[in-house]
Design a protein around this ligand. Sequence first.
Ligand code: MYA
Length: 426
Amino acid sequence: SIGEEDLDSDDDTSDEEDLSKPLQKEDHGGDEEKANDEDEAEEENDEQQDEDEDEDEDEGPIDPPHDVAEIRTQPYTLPDHYEWCTCDVNHEETMSEIYNLLKHNYVEDVESMFRFDYSIEFLKWALCPPRYCPDWHVGVRVERTKRIVAFITGVPSRIKIRSKTVEMAEINFLCIHKKLRSKRLTPLLIKELTRRVHIMDIWHAVYTTGIVLQTPPPFGMSQYWHRSLNPKKLVEIGFSCPRSTLANAIKLYKLPDMPLTSGFRAMERSDVEAIQSLLRDYLAQFTVAPEFSKEDIEHWFMPTRDDDVIHTFVVEDPESGNVTDFCSFYILPSTILGNEKYKVLKAAYSFYNVNTKTSLCQLMKDALIVAKQKGIDVFNALDIMHNKDVFEDLEFKPGDGNLQYYLYNYRLKSQLLPEELGLLLL
Ligand code: MYA
């Protein structure tokens, strides 16, 4: 039987039978799978035809939108013993199930030293932006035990690609229980989510992955850089290699106790419009970037009182009272795998930063200072937007993690450089 602890543990194999058999059977040609394949073949033919028609367009949608009435209303068929579920993010028990699935089975670094540990509050924030669609939070359960074993999500977003605005779904949190890997459940999850997105008359998506996928090719690639805030712990857990002595590292990474910029303070609700306008002007220079409504800004940037999820700081000009700059970062811890002394790596990730008056370097330094005050061990940033400009001065070091950017059903004429990317996915 599939006990709760069995599925939550990392190394248990007692439920192997229950979890894998039906899928293997279906893999070898069950009727339902065949029915799905036929649907798929038909859809692929359509797509190919449309692609051919659009051949000489070097940039834009690949497949034109369909009539929503043509989209199948029934979910795709899962292998025997599994069922789809729509995960209600406002349901505490469901959220703790998803949290546990991800905690034990989501993204790890290449050496399996760390695994993302998205908090429940983080997941709620990430999955419930304005206009979110509950149907796009898709899970797969074992029919008998109701255990969640796979997950994928989408949230709506407006993405500006050069001068065009495209309605999209941002896809994230694709996860399959370790014991159900390599059984081609992923294509089924993607197909079912695609159907649910299409039904809402949305025909494009954007997503990032740590690995390079073949089709479609990525439209952009970026690299993670890391700024040590707690060098002793980072060396002890094997995150950083000691370059010289620990004493030297501590000296190198020392930061002032308080932010340096006068007028630097936590964002308040009354800053929403200022941030929206600063961000709109700033993001205009990038080839691909989100467009945020006022509601979006409030959702994505406003720190919530009790949560350690998103932090935004503004610089309010002491003379004019205007907000001239802001920086933001989100908190995403990782489980440290197999370390006796430390269990959690507290990491902050740079989100969006806009400077008009303060230098970007000083603004980001203040972000490091407040992150350090919050007990963060490492501050991570991608080399997108203008981030690269501050890495050297602020002692960021390049990491071995890359992030690939993809668009679904949209072609760009050439691959973008990191500095042309103005989009950050969680
Ligand atoms: S990225 C985060 C992905 N999650 C993890 O890395 C967590 C740990 N890993 C796992 O849970 C599993 O290993 C996963 C694969 C689930 C990744 N994106 O089921 P399979 C293809 C897309 O036998 P498994 C994120 O969340 C692979 O190339 N496809 O494989 C964004 C192969 O296809 P093909 C992926 O190892 C997600 C097929 O799956 C990925 O058991 C964006 C094998 O399936 C990946 N990260 O499970 C999803 N990894 O044979 C796309 C493998 O064709 C969204 N594969 O090469 C597309 C837009 C949809 C919406 C459209 C709306 C209009």
